[in-house]
Design a protein around this ligand. Structure first.
Ligand code: GRF
Length: 207
């Protein structure tokens, strides 16, 4: 049975689209069963509807950055109602806290546009350019209470060129995001991710 995904989004949803496409083509052993947004105008919601996937706006009931209070309960209930096996944060612009994390312990992952633990938080690509690093990238990691700090599942590296703008570098990283997020989901779906002493090991087992 394929892995049931609940995807939380706030904006354009290009990672969501990559996941939907790869699930529909059978490249990954997972299907998106619900998409939830804290922003009623998120383009990600339109993408979901277009794909025939249930897409819901749930009022976050407070200003960013934290998902909390009764809104947090509403998110948890919606994800449970759809019996999700894995929660994927895909450009969800809120910090998730203990309650929802413990409901989906080791069942919630995020993508961040940097080589963590470098450049956590907002505008990671700009942080990389401002620092002057030669390589940047993307990281898929499990979500823990440590923001952008949970155990790493997969990373991808891209070069940084001297004339890069934030937009150019972001696009280069985004292509890799679209690749590794689905790969990480597939590894989870196939039960190949093992946690040992706070680190993730990928099992080489036959399908
Ligand atoms: C991506 O860069 C992701 O890494 C970050 O937010 C952005 C979301 O983009 N967390 P999209 O909505 O998936 O297009």
């Amino acid at each position: 049975m394929s892995c049931r995904l609940g995807v939380l989004v706030s904006g354009r949803g290009s990672n969501l689209q990559a996941i939907i496409d790869k699930s529909k083509s059978g490249e990954i052993d997972a299907e998106v069963v619900v998409v939830i947004s804290d922003n009623p105008n998120a383009y990600a919601l339109a993408r979901s509807k277009e794909a025939g996937i249930e897409a819901i706006y749930i009022d976050p009931e407070n200003e960013r950055p934290v998902l909390k209070g009764s809104a947090e309960d509403n998110y948890i209930n919606a994800l449970k109602k759809h019996k999700v096996d894995l929660v994927c944060l895909a450009g969800f612009m809120r910090i998730v806290k203990e309650k929802i994390i413990s409901e989906f312990k080791w069942k919630m992952i995020n993508i961040h546009p940097s080589l963590l633990p470098s450049f956590k938080g907002l505008h990671a690509q700009k942080q990389a350019l401002d620092y002057g690093v030669r390589f940047a990238g993307a990281t898929v990691h499990f979500v823990t209470g440590d923001v952008d700090g949970g155990p790493v599942i997969l990373q991808a590296v891209v070069p940084v060129y001297q004339d890069d703008t934030e937009e150019i570098l972001s696009d280069r990283i985004l292509k890799e995001e679209h690749r590794i997020y689905s790969e990480a989901i597939d590894l989870f779906a196939k039960d190949k991710l093992k946690i040992k002493e706070g680190k993730i090991f990928i099992e080489e087992k036959n399908e």
